[in-house]
Design a protein around this ligand. Structure first.
Ligand code: KIV
Length: 271
């Protein structure tokens, strides 16, 4: 079912209507112009310029090293490609945790310098003041609860969060705090499906899951994982639609063979 396929531009209001009408929201990450062009043309609803760029684009082990300038570079490349999708940009680690003024300044830089349409940040009640201040400046904010990779050194592992009752209760409360603070949507990462269902039923804003089961309002994946570019990364929640690693590897081997065998270029491929 795709009631909102014909909308010219996905806005936060369109997403709210999709939740209301029971139409699932499809979201993917994007970090560059060429990929964003394809994803937008295919009809994706939200493109997230995720700080996972730190991992899949820059090869870092965690999301912590990526800078605000680097996020703005990735986001502006994505924005130039997009006609329809809502572009959400991650506030990177260290650009908002200090205080709400810093959070606002970083958000304003993202909006002004990249042309993105909204920002995302990690955390619950502890970032409420920052969220309110960013929204009061007219910038839509998406929340992010559950596994929040910017806190990996606090968690110690990337395993499923909120399996224990106390953490599940805190997550439910945090979801309500984020809704009350004015977030237009919420990402839930790697939590039990039953808990994610409870959150999606409790809050009126759209809830987008990654490793959070089917009973939420939409799904998000890292595009490199979906396309099979991240060799060996196969968490249970991931559905891999292509094996681009093998495809590209094969194509490059064929090219190398053609060059070395003096088969490329041929007469038709020269001037
Ligand atoms: O940075 C990212 O890719 C994310 C998704 C996992 C939601 O935050």
């Amino acid at each position: 079912m795709s009631v909102h396929k014909e909308v010219k531009r996905v806005t936060t209001h369109v997403l709210q209507a999709m939740k209301h009408d029971g139409e699932k929201i499809a979201m993917l990450t994007a970090y560059d112009y060429s990929t964003a062009l394809i994803l937008d043309d295919a009809g994706i609803d939200i493109l997230l310029v995720g700080d996972s760029a730190s991992n899949v684009m820059a090869g870092h082990e965690t999301t912590l090293p990526i800078t605000l300038d680097q996020m703005i570079y990735h986001a502006s490349s994505v924005v130039r490609a997009v006609k329809r999708a809502l572009v959400v940009v991650d506030l990177p680690f260290g650009s908002y945790q200090g205080n709400s003024k810093e959070a606002l300044q970083s958000s304003i830089r993202i909006m002004k310098e990249s042309g993105g349409h909204a920002v995302k940040l990690e955390g619950g009640a502890e970032v409420r003041e920052s969220i309110e201040r960013i929204i009061s400046a007219g910038v839509p904010v998406m929340g992010h609860l559950g596994l929040t990779p910017q806190s990996i050194y606090k968690f110690g592992t990337y395993t499923v969060r909120a399996k224990e009752e106390a953490e599940a209760k805190k997550l439910l409360e945090d979801a309500e705090v984020l809704e009350a603070a004015g977030c237009f949507a919420l990402v839930l990462e790697k939590i039990p499906a039953q808990l994610a269902k409870q959150v999606a039923e409790k809050v009126r804003i759209p809830v987008i899951g990654i490793g959070a089961g089917a009973d939420v309002d939409g799904q998000v994946l890292v595009v490199n994982d979906l396309l099979g570019l991240t060799k060996g990364f196969k968490p249970r929640f991931l559905r891999q639609y292509l094996n681009l690693y093998e495809e590209i590897n094969g194509a490059v081997k064929a090219y190398i063979g053609d060059v070395k065998g003096k088969d490329f270029p041929n007469e038709k491929e020269q001037y």
